[in-house]
Design a protein around this ligand. Structure first.
Ligand code: SAH
Ligand code: SF4
Ligand code: F3S
Length: 447
C-alpha cells in the first residue's frame, strides 16, 4: 500500500447537482485527512467532476485529463479520478482512452468515494458505474459558501426528453426522505447558513418514489408538502428550489410559494422551445399554451415573481418559423434570465440519430439572435427595480471593487452595494437600487 496522499484538488464542470456532489466528495476527502489545494499542480489527488450535457462540455474534460495524464508519468503516485456524468457515460472506455486514470465513478457513487479510494490505494484501478441505491450523506460536505447551501432532494430523472443524456447518466429518480432533508437544513441553520436551494433535475417529481398517498389519491410527499415541512427551520431565512418541469408544475406549488414567507418568488422553469411541434419531438409533454398559462398563473398570484428558464435552439428539424415561435415566447414572457444553448447531439439519445440535423452555422446564428433578444428583455425586466428597496442577502465582496459587497435579491438578481464584507456577510440588507443592468443591479445599503 502506498503512502497516504495529503493534498487534493477538485475541478467541477456542469450544473448545481455536480457542484453539490463535489462539495460532498470534498467533505469525504477532508474526513480522510486530505487538505484542499487551490493549485492542481501541487495536489496529489486530482478529481474532475465532469459534465456531458453538450459536446463542448465533454471535450473540455478530455483536454484537462490529457494534461494530468502526462504529469502522472513524472509523478506516478498522483491519483487521478474522473467522477460525474462523463464518467458514467464512458465507464470502462474512459480507462482505455486515458489508462493513467485510477478511478472512474458515476454520480450515484459520490458518497462512496472513501470506499472506492481505499481500493485504489490498495493497488486497483476502479470503475464504479453500476446503478445503486444512493447512500444517505454520511460525511459533512465542505461547502464553498458559508451563506448559501444546496440540499439535494431528489436524484436522477425519469423523463425521456429526446435530446438529453441526464436520465442515462444520473439514473432513475430517488427521493430523500423529508426527515433527512429537514435534518440537513437544521444543521445548516445551526452552522449559520441563511439560504438553502433544494435541488432536483426534475424537482416536481419529488416524492413519487416515496411510500404514501393521501385520501384524495395524491402522493403524500410532494415538493409542495416538503416546502411546508421545512419552511420553519430555524436560522434559514430563504428557500429556493430548482429545476421545475412545466409538465408537472402545480397550482398548489404556486400557492405554497405565495404563502410561505421564506420561499423566494423565483421560478426556474425551462421551456426549451416555443413551438408545439418541436416540443412534441423533444417529448416534453406540454404545449407552449400550457407554459404560458403557468407563467400567467404565477404572475396573477405574485405579480413581481422573477422567471428564468432554459431553451435550446436548432433542435433537429427546427424550421425558421418554429425558431421564431421561440423568439415570440421570449418576447411575450420577458424572462429575468434565460440559459440558452445550441442543440448538441448526445450519445445514446434518440434525437442524435435523426437525419434532420441543422448545420452548426444555422444553430449558432439562431443562438445569437435569441441571446440578443434575451438581454434586451432582461434589461427591461431589470428596470422595474430602479428606485425600489430590495432585500439582499450578502454573500461576498465584489471581486472587482473592494468597497462593495454583493448578494442576491429574493428574485435572484445579483446586486452590488457599498459596505464591508466582515460586517455584512450573511446579513439581509435593504438596498435602494440606483443602477440597473440586464443581469445585475447596484444600490445603496440602507442602515
Ligand atoms: N432537468 C432540467 C434541465 C437539465 S439539463 C429540465 O428538464 O429542464 C440543463 C439544460 O441543458 C436543459 O434545460 C437544456 O436546455 C440543456 N440541454 C440538455 N441537453 C441538451 C443538448 N443535447 N443540447 C443542447 N442543450 C441541452
Ligand atoms: Fe433531461 Fe428532460 Fe430530465 Fe430535464 S427533464 S434532465 S431535460 S430528460
Ligand atoms: Fe452536466 Fe450531469 Fe449536470 S451532464 S448538466 S453535470 S447532470
Amino acid at each position: 500500500m502506498t503512502a497516504m496522499p495529503r493534498r487534493y484538488h477538485i475541478t467541477t464542470f456542469g450544473c448545481q447537482m455536480n457542484k453539490a456532489d463535489s462539495e460532498r466528495m470534498a467533505g469525504v476527502l477532508e474526513n480522510m485527512g486530505l487538505q484542499w489545494s487551490e493549485d492542481p499542480l501541487s495536489a496529489d489527488v486530482i478529481l474532475y467532476n465532469t459534465c456531458t450535457i453538450r459536446d463542448n462540455a465533454e471535450q473540455k474534460v478530455y483536454s484537462y485529463l490529457g494534461r494530468q495524464a502526462k504529469r502522472k508519468h513524472e509523478q506516478p503516485d498522483l491519483t487521478l479520478i474522473v467522477a460525474g456524468c462523463v464518467a458514467q457515460q464512458e465507464g470502462e472506455q474512459l480507462l482505455r482512452r486515458v489508462p493513467e486514470l485510477d478511478l472512474v465513478m458515476g454520480p450515484q457513487h459520490a458518497n462512496r468515494l472513501q470506499d472506492l479510494l481505499e481500493q485504489v490505494f490498495a493497488g486497483s484501478q476502479v470503475v464504479a458505474t453500476e446503478p445503486i441505491h444512493i447512500v444517505e450523506d454520511i460525511t459533512k460536505p465542505r461547502r464553498d459558501s458559508t451563506v448559501t447551501a444546496w440540499v439535494n432532494v431528489i436524484y436522477g430523472c425519469n423523463e425521456r426528453c429526446t435530446y438529453c443524456v441526464v436520465p442515462s447518466v444520473r439514473g432513475t429518480e430517488q427521493s430523500r426522505t423529508p426527515e433527512a432533508i429537514r435534518a440537513e437544513m437544521e444543521t445548516l441553520g445551526r452552522q449559520g447558513f441563511k439560504e438553502v436551494t433544494l435541488l432536483g433535475q426534475n424537482i416536481d417529481a419529488y416524492g413519487r418514489d416515496l411510500p404514501g398517498v393521501t385520501p384524495e389519491g395524491r402522493y403524500q410527499h410532494t415538493l409542495t408538502d416538503l416546502l411546508y415541512f421545512v419552511h420553519d427551520v430555524e436560522g434559514i431565512d430563504r428557500i429556493r428550489f430548482a429545476t421545475s418541469h412545466p409538465r408537472y408544475f402545480s397550482d398548489r406549488l404556486i400557492r405554497a410559494c405565495q404563502e410561505l414567507p421564506k420561499v423566494c418568488e423565483h421560478f426556474h422553469i425551462p421551456f426549451q422551445s416555443g413551438d408545439n411541434e418541436v416540443l412534441k419531438a423533444m417529448a416534453r409533454g406540454y404545449t407552449h399554451e400550457k407554459y404560458r398559462r403557468i407563467i400567467a398563473r404565477i404572475r396573477e398570484m405574485m405579480p413581481d415573481a422573477s422567471i428564468s428558464a432554459d431553451a435550446i435552439v436548432g433542435f433537429p428539424g427546427e424550421t425558421e418559423q418554429q425558431f421564431e415561435n421561440t423568439l415570440k415566447l421570449v418576447e411575450d414572457i420577458g424572462f429575468d434570465q434565460l440559459n440558452t444553448a445550441a442543440y448538441s447531439p448526445r450519445p445514446g439519445t434518440p434525437a442524435a440519430l435523426w437525419d434532420n440535423q441543422l448545420s452548426e452555422e444555422e444553430k449558432s446564428d439562431r443562438l445569437q439572435r435569441l441571446n440578443h433578444l434575451v438581454s434586451i428583455k432582461a434589461a427591461e425586466r431589470s428596470l422595474r427595480y430602479l428606485g425600489r428597496i430590495e432585500e439582499v442577502l450578502i454573500e461576498d465582496q465584489n471581486p472587482k471593487n473592494s468597497a462593495q459587497v454583493m448578494g442576491r435579491t429574493r428574485g435572484n438578481r445579483l446586486t452590488f452595494c457599498n459596505g464591508k464584507i466582515e460586517e455584512l456577510k450573511g446579513k439581509l440588507v435593504r438596498v435602494e437600487i440606483t443602477d440597473v443592468r440586464a443581469f445585475s443591479l447596484t444600490g445603496n445599503a440602507l442602515a
